[in-house]
Design a protein around this ligand. Structure first.
Ligand SMILES: C[S@@+](CC[C@H](N)C(=O)[O-])C[C@H]1O[C@@H](n2cnc3c(N)ncnc32)[C@H](O)[C@@H]1O
Length: 370
């Protein structure tokens, strides 16, 4: 089957690498998505194992239409009765970027009618719509006159891992955190530290990566588990294999934050992720922090609407000076959405990745101090 994994801008290549490692083939990198092929095992593994995917769609039909009648017809012609049962429910999400189809809600309505009418014609009855918890979430994407119709196999967005019990101001998205760790090329066993750890997202994602802990839980309510085609034996046997790969070894991952509340929140999240015995978190000001030689530091400082611009620029300038003074022989990565303030970290040996964060441009910058 044809599969589409959605991601955040800037993470397409790391996602493609992850897809290769779980057996996806014919991989094509798109904008904020990667398309590939795979069987049912690859589909299930995509949902369970891909750290940088937000959602996994199964492409059912790609077609070109010139008007709404053709759209209706093309959707009506799909043998929906082989996909879903009368008792199932469905919902339609649509996005359009087209001069012909300008209203996505109207596209969704037409598509819903086409599916319902096919059932009524064949069985005199139709499945109901349920926008919140449907059996099948159908995704219709129109670009110009090209339509892609897919089934959403994930359900809730995959960035929701289930360990974030409590949060702080501006926590980083879990998919983004994982993607940044992968982009940094961290070797998964040398020390990794986040000295402004907030709710601990980098620490948890890094530990899961180092220990081969899947980003999702076995009992997660994936969309595909409700499908007629769900193969629970395959799902269980995949988990058996995945569980055998999990390592129970010490990791050298630690964090700190100047706020005691953040330290407590991180500890709660670590507990929820079953990692509290592996990772140490303490209250410490970044400017009093001395990293051990050979460590990788990945952090996202505040970028902060609540601080005045002059203060935030000075704060970033101080970060740069601190690195220059005390971070010898370390590999430092800073993620920030404040592109102006980042310029105040005046250091050499820069490598940078342009990213997006919540719709805003951001950068992930490496000051390699080794
Ligand atoms: C954008 S948040 C980090 C969010 C974090 N990545 C997460 O996933 O929740 C920035 C963090 O920097 C911390 N911070 C600000 N100034 C600091 C300092 N001087 N020393 C240590 N931590 C600091 C804040 O308390 C806040 O938790």
């Amino acid at each position: 089957m044809k599969i589409l994994a959605k991601t955040l801008e800037g993470l397409e290549h790391v996602l493609a690498d992850e897809i290769t490692s779980i057996g996806g083939s014919n991989i094509k990198i798109l904008k904020r998505a990667v398309q590939y092929e795979g069987d049912r095992a690859v589909l299930y593994k995509s949902n369970i194992l891909l750290r940088t995917a937000l959602r996994i769609l199964v492409i059912k039909k790609e077609f070109v239409v010139k008007n709404e009648q053709q759209l209706y017809r093309a959707i009506f012609e799909i043998p929906w009765e082989t996909i879903m049962k009368l008792q199932d429910t469905f919902a339609i999400d649509s996005t359009t970027n087209s001069e012909v189809f300008t209203h996505s809600k109207y596209v969704a309505l037409k598509s819903k009618d086409a599916i319902a009418d096919r059932f009524v014609k064949n069985f005199g009855k139709r499945p109901n719509v349920n926008v919140h918890t449907p059996t099948y979430r159908i995704n219709i994407h129109i670009r110009g006159t090209k339509v892609t119709l897919s089934l959403d196999s994930s359900g809730e967005s995959l960035h929701m891992r289930g360990y974030r019990m409590n949060t702080v101001d501006a926590p980083i998205n879990e998919v983004l955190a994982s993607g940044l760790i992968l982009l940094s090329g961290w070797d998964r066993h040398s020390p990794l530290i986040d000295p402004m750890c907030g709710s601990g997202t980098f620490l948890i994602e890094a530990a899961q990566l180092a220990l081969n802990i899947p980003p999702q839980l076995k009992n997660r309510r994936f969309g595909f588990k409700k499908w007629k085609s769900f193969d629970s034996n395959l799902y269980d046997s995949l988990w058996e294999g995945i569980s055998k790969e999990i390592k129970d070894i010490p990791v050298q991952i630690s964090g700190s934050d100047k706020s005691l509340r953040c330290v407590k929140v991180t500890q709660q999240n670590l507990l929820e992720a079953n990692l509290s015995d592996k990772i140490q978190v303490i209250k410490k000001d970044f400017f009093k922090f001395h990293p051990p030689k050979g460590s990788t530091i990945i952090t996202n400082p505040p970028y902060d609407e609540r601080l005045k611009e002059s203060d935030i620029n000075q704060f970033y300038k101080n970060i740069g000076e601190k690195i220059k003074k005390d971070f010898h022989q370390t590999n430092i990565w800073i993620f920030s959405g404040n592109l102006d303030a980042l310029k105040y970290i005046v250091l050499e040996n820069i490598k940078e990745h342009s990213m997006m964060n919540g719709g805003l441009p951001a950068k992930f910058i490496n000051y390699d101090w080794r």
